[in-house]
Design a protein around this ligand. Structure first.
Ligand SMILES: Nc1nc2c(c(=O)[nH]1)N[C@H]1C(S)=C(S)[C@@H](COP(=O)(O)OP(=O)(O)OC[C@H]3O[C@@H](n4cnc5c(=O)[nH]c(N)nc54)[C@H](O)[C@@H]3O)O[C@H]1N2
Ligand SMILES: Nc1nc2c(c(=O)[nH]1)N[C@H]1C(S)=C(S)[C@@H](COP(=O)(O)OP(=O)(O)OC[C@H]3O[C@@H](n4cnc5c(=O)[nH]c(N)nc54)[C@H](O)[C@@H]3O)O[C@H]1N2
Ligand SMILES: [Mo]
Length: 684
C-alpha cells in the first residue's frame, strides 16, 4: 500500500527569507472559529491575528490564541516520541524513534487483544482541536475494526445535544449577525465575553438599537452588569425558572396556541408539568427575587423578536437535560419563531449535515464506557478490565470529573497508557508512551464554527515542531501496522483531506479548496420556521419527546433537589475562563487561580481576600487564595475551568471536587453540581 503520510517533522520552507502573512482558521473548541492571519518567517510562527476577510470574527482574536506561539515553541511542547523511565506521574521519559514507539504500542495492543479481547482497550478522546481530520476519522476506523470498548463522548454538550435533537432535530439556529434584529436577548447560562467573544459586539449593537437584555447566570458576568434584568439563579435550578416562564405564557393566555397546534406535539403535557411552577415557587427554588422573575416572564411574553442564547453552563448538573429542554421549548410556546432575530441559538455544528462517508466501517456492539466515569472505568471495570488506555485530543486529568479517582487509575502498574498530545499535560505525565502531535498551525483540518455558521480550511502554515505528526498520519500508520486497513482506506492526512474534499458536496469542497468560506444548504443566517424547520420525523417540535421520557430518571420537566448538605452547603461552579480553552494553554504561567466567594459567606467563615483557603468535600481538597466578591451569589463559589495541577498549591484542581454523577438526560458531566465547604488554611 502506498503511504501518503507526510514525513514526521514536515518542513514547509528553508531558512531565511522575508516574513509572510498566510490565512488559516482556528479550530479550537470555541463557538467562533476565527479566521486567522498568521505571520510566518522561515517556517516559524511570528504572530497570529484575526483575518479581516471574515465579517463575523472581524479581524480580531482572543488573547489566548494570540499567545499560541508560547505553546507551540514552549518548554512543555512534546517534540519526540518517548517512553516512560520513571514512576507513573513522575514525568521521566526517554526519547525513542517513531518506529520504536509505534511498535511498542502495537505489540502491547496485540498481546492484550489475545489475552483479554479488544474490549480491554479504551480509546479516550474529546474536543482537542475539534476538527474533521483530527477526530472520528482514521482513528475511528481503527477502533471500530479492532472492536475496542466504545466511548460515550459526554464530557460536554451531551444534555444540550440530546434536548436540541429531541425537540428540533438540531435545526440550525440564529447566528451572530442576526442578534442585532432582536428586541429582547436572553443569555441563559452562557458567558460570551469569555467563551465566544465575537457575539458581544452584536449584543451591544442590539442594545444600542433598543433591545432589552436578560441574563440568567449565578455570576454577575460583564454582560449581566449591563442587563435590564439579571437573575442570579442557584446552579441547577434553571428547569424551575424556565417552567415558571412556560406557566406564565400558558396561564396568562400569552402562549402561541395556533403555532403549537400547527407545529408542535406534546404542548399539553408540558403545560401540565409547568403548572406547579408558579413564579413565586420557582423564584424561591432558584433563590431569586420573584418580582424580577415576573418581569422577565412578562418581557419575554411580550417582546418580538425575542431571542434566547442557550449556553452550556446550565447543562452541567443533575437537572441539566430537563433545564435545556425547558429553555429551548420556550420559543415554541412563546411563538418567537418566524422572524429574523427571534427563536433560539444553540450549537450550530449540525447545520452542515455532513456525514462521514470516509468512516465506512459499521459500529461494533462492544461495551460503552461513559467518559465522565473514567476513574471508575480504570479502577472498577471488570471482564475485561481496561488494560490499554489510548488518550488523544483530551486531557482527562484536568478536564474530566473525579480527578483523584482518575489518577488512582492511571497509577495502576498493569495499565498501559498511551498519550498522544501536543504538550506534556497532567495526563501525559502518567503515560507509558507519549506521542507528539502537531498543532493546528502545523497540519490540515477543517474548522467548523458552532456559533456562527461557517466552515473553513485549516492549513499547515509553519514547520512541524520536532517530530510532531498529525493524528491522521499516526492512526493511519497504527492501523496499517495492526493490519486493519484495506486498499480503499485513507492512510494519512493528505490522503484523507483529498477524500473528504471529494466527498463533500461540490460547491462546498471547491470553495474550501480555494480558501473561501462556503455556504451550507440552510444559508449563513437562516430564520427558524422560515428557512429551516425541525429535522424531527414529523417536522414538528416535539415538546414531550418520548425518547427522552424513556431515559430521564424522574421523567421530563422534573426538578431534582439540591445535593447540598449541612457539611457541604456551597455550590461550586467552574465556568470557562479567558486564560484557557478547556485546559488547552493551561500550561502557560498564569496569575493565581482563586476561589471566588460572596462577602457574606466569607464573613460567616471569618475569611477575607488575604486568605488562602481549603475548598473541600468528600472527594478531595483544593488549596488556593480567596477572592471575595459579590459577583457570585451567596451559597455559590467559583473556580475556573481547565486549570492545570501546577497552578494549584496542593496539586488538585476543581475537577477533583466534581462528582462523577451524570445529568438527567444525555449522561453528561455534572461539573457544576459539586457541593463543598470552605475554610481557612492554617499557616503551616
Ligand atoms: N475562553 C474560553 N472560551 C471557551 C472555552 C474555554 O474554556 N475558554 N470553552 C469552550 C467550550 S468547550 C464550551 S462548551 C463553551 C462553554 O461556554 P459557556 O456556555 O459560556 O459555558 P460555561 O463557561 O461553562 O458557563 C457559562 C455561564 O453559566 C453559568 N452557570 C453555571 N452554572 C449555571 C446554572 O446552573 N445555571 C445557569 N443559568 N448558569 C450557570 C456560569 O456562571 C457561566 O458564566 O465555551 C467555549 N469557549
Ligand atoms: N471543572 C470543569 N471542567 C470542565 C468543564 C467545566 O465546565 N468545568 N467543561 C468541560 C468542557 S465544556 C469540555 S469541552 C471539556 C474539554 O476537555 P478536553 O477535550 O480534554 O479539552 P482540553 O482539556 O483542552 O484537552 C484537549 C487536549 O487535546 C490536545 N490536542 C489538540 N489538538 C490535538 C490534535 O490534533 N491531536 C492530538 N493528539 N491532541 C490534540 C490539546 O493539546 C489538549 O491537551 O472539558 C470539560 N471540563
Ligand atoms: Mo465544551
Amino acid at each position: 500500500m502506498a503511504s501518503t503520510t507526510r514525513p514526521s517533522g514536515a518542513r514547509l520552507s528553508t531558512p531565511g527569507g522575508p516574513a509572510t502573512e498566510v490565512e488559516s482558521a482556528c479550530p479550537l473548541d470555541c463557538p467562533d472559529s476565527c479566521s486567522l492571519s498568521v505571520t510566518v518567517r522561515s517556517g516559524r510562527l511570528v504572530s497570529i491575528d484575526g483575518a479581516r476577510s471574515n465579517p463575523t470574527t472581524n479581524g480580531y482574536i482572543c488573547a489566548k490564541v494570540r499567545r499560541f506561539g508560547d505553546r507551540v515553541y514552549g518548554p512543555d511542547r512534546l517534540r519526540y516520541p518517548a517512553i516512560r523511565r520513571g514512576r507513573k506521574g513522575e514525568g521521566r521519559f526517554a526519547r525513542v524513534s517513531w518506529d520504536e514507539a509505534l511498535e511498542t504500542i502495537v505489540s502491547r495492543m496485540q498481546q492484550v487483544i489475545t489475552e483479554s479481547g479488544a474490549e480491554a482497550i479504551l480509546p479516550f478522546s474529546y474536543g482537542g482541536s475539534n476538527g474533521m481530520l483530527t477526530q472520528d476519522a482514521i482513528d475511528l476506523l481503527l477502533w471500530r475494526r479492532l472492536g475496542v470498548s466504545r466511548l460515550a463522548r459526554t464530557l460536554c454538550a451531551a444534555p444540550t445535544g440530546a434536548a436540541n435533537m429531541a425537540l428540533y432535530g438540531k435545526m440550525a439556529s440564529v447566528t451572530y449577525q442576526d442578534y442585532v434584529h432582536a428586541k429582547l436577548i436572553v443569555l441563559w447560562g452562557v458567558n460570551p465575553s469569555v467563551s465566544g467573544l465575537h457575539l458581544v459586539p452584536y449584543i451591544r449593537e442590539a442594545q444600542k438599537r433598543g433591545a432589552a437584555l436578560v441574563v440568567i447566570d449565578p455570576r454577575t458576568t460583564a454582560l449581566a452588569r449591563s442587563a435590564d434584568i439579571h437573575l442570579a439563579v442557584r446552579p441547577g435550578t434553571d428547569v424551575a425558572v424556565a417552567l415558571a416562564l412556560h406557566r406564565y405564557l400558558f396561564e396568562q393566555g400569552l402562549a402561541a396556541f395556533a403555532f403549537l397546534e400547527q407545529h408542535a406535539t406534546g404542548a399539553d403535557r408540558l403545560r401540565e408539568r409547568a403548572y406547579d411552577w408558579t413564579i413565586d415557587r420557582a423564584a424561591m427554588t432558584a433563590g431569586i427575587d420573584p418580582q424580577a422573575l415576573g418581569q422577565a416572564a412578562d418581557l419575554y411574553a411580550r417582546s418580538q423578536p425575542a431571542l434566547i442564547r442557550c449556553g452550556w453552563g446550565l447543562e452541567r448538573n443533575r437537572n441539566g437535560g430537563n433545564a435545556v429542554l425547558a429553555v429551548l421549548a420556550l420559543p415554541a410556546v412563546g411563538g418567537k419563531f418566524g422572524v429574523r432575530g427571534g427563536g433560539y441559538s444553540m450549537s450550530n455544528s449540525a447545520s452542515w449535515s455532513i456525514d462521514r462517508p470516509w468512516v465506512d466501517s459499521p459500529e461494533p456492539s462492544t461495551r460503552v464506557v461513559n467518559m465522565n466515569r473514567l476513574g471508575r472505568a480504570l479502577t472498577e471495570l471488570d471482564s475485561p478490565p481496561v488494560r490499554v488506555l489510548f488518550s488523544y485530543n483530551c486531557n482527562p486529568v484536568a478536564s474530566v470529573p473525579d480527578q483523584e479517582r482518575i489518577i488512582k487509575g492511571l497509577e495502576r502498574e498493569d495499565l498501559f497508557t498511551v498519550v498522544f498530545e501536543q504538550v506534556m499535560t497532567d495526563t501525559a505525565l502518567y503515560a507509558d508512551v507519549v506521542l507528539p502531535a502537531t498543532t493546528f498551525l502545523e497540519g490540515y483540518d477543517f474548522a467548523k464554527a458552532y456559533g456562527p455558521i461557517s466552515l473553513q480550511m485549516v492549513r499547515p502554515v509553519i514547520d512541524s515542531v520536532g517530530e510532531a505528526r498529525p493524528n491522521a498520519d499516526v492512526f493511519g500508520e497504527l492501523a496499517q501496522r495492526l493490519g486493519v486497513l484495506t486498499e480503499r482506506d485513507a492512510t494519512g492526512e493528505l490522503d484523507l483531506i483529498v477524500r473528504i474534499l471529494a466527498d463533500l458536496p461540490t460547491a462546498i469542497g471547491e470553495r474550501l479548496q480555494s480558501g473561501e468560506r462556503p455556504e451550507p444548504p440552510c444559508g449563513l443566517a437562516p430564520v427558524q420556521f422560515v428557512d429551516v424547520f425541525p429535522n424531527t420525523p414529523d417536522r414538528r417540535v416535539q415538546l414531550f419527546p418520548p425518547e427522552l421520557e424513556a431515559v430521564a430518571p424522574e421523567g421530563l420537566y422534573r426538578y431534582q433537589a439540591d445535593p447540598a448538605t449541612a457539611r457541604f452547603p456551597l455550590a461550586l461552579i467552574s465556568p470557562a475562563s479567558d486564560r484557557t480553552i478547556s485546559s488547552t494553554l493551561g500550561e502557560l504561567p498564569r496569575p493565581d487561580v482563586k476561589l471566588t466567594m460572596h462577602p457574606d459567606d466569607a464573613a460567616q467563615r471569618g475569611l477575607d481576600d488575604r486568605d488562602t483557603v481549603r475548598v473541600f468535600n468528600e472527594l478531595s481538597e483544593v488549596q488556593c487564595p480567596l477572592a471575595v466578591s459579590p459577583s457570585v451569589p451567596r451559597g455559590t463559589v467559583s473556580l475556573p475551568k481547565g486549570v492545570w495541577r501546577r497552578s494549584i498549591k496542593n496539586g488538585k484542581t476543581g475537577t477533583a471536587l466534581v462528582p462523577d454523577t451524570l445529568t438527567d438526560i444525555g449522561g453528561g458531566a455534572c461539573f457544576n453540581d459539586a457541593r463543598v465547604q470552605v475554610a481557612s488554611l492554617p499557616v503551616a
